[in-house]
Design a protein. Sequence first.
Length: 170
Amino acid sequence: MKKILLVLLLSGLLFACGGNEDKDTPAEEEVQEQVDNMEEAADEAGEAIEDAAEDVAEEAEVAAEKVKEAVTGESTKSTNGGWTGKVVKMTDFLSGNYETLSVARVKELVMAGQYVGFLSNGTFYMVYNAAGNYDWKGLAKVAGEESVTIQGKVSKVNGISIIMATNIAS
């Protein structure tokens, strides 16, 4: 008899506790909503920090460029324009003894590993085309001319003046 009473008592307790196992109370729902809101706010804050870090990095690059330009006089920023000058061999520019180069001489120098460039107002420029390739062929076409005009963008990289030529004409 004791066993039957014990079984009845335990089964009564079992039925009394079994009905609420999947239902959240209003307090639990409110806590879960607050947790979700906090996770969303943390994600938004992380994105804002990443954006701010990118902005700071960009501004640091601009500031470094300005400092470099002020200290060394060099610039990697391009400016548009056109320049008039003549085609010369790099070593001739360095020695100060310029010879007039013919088309055949330019080809001969380049095949021998020499560099030819453009001399304008006392500045020697390496000439590149829009694809970023050394444009000795464009210079060879106007070699021998006393007045050559090059249009494009000029920049200075590691102390070397460069023209990204869009047009080379005599």
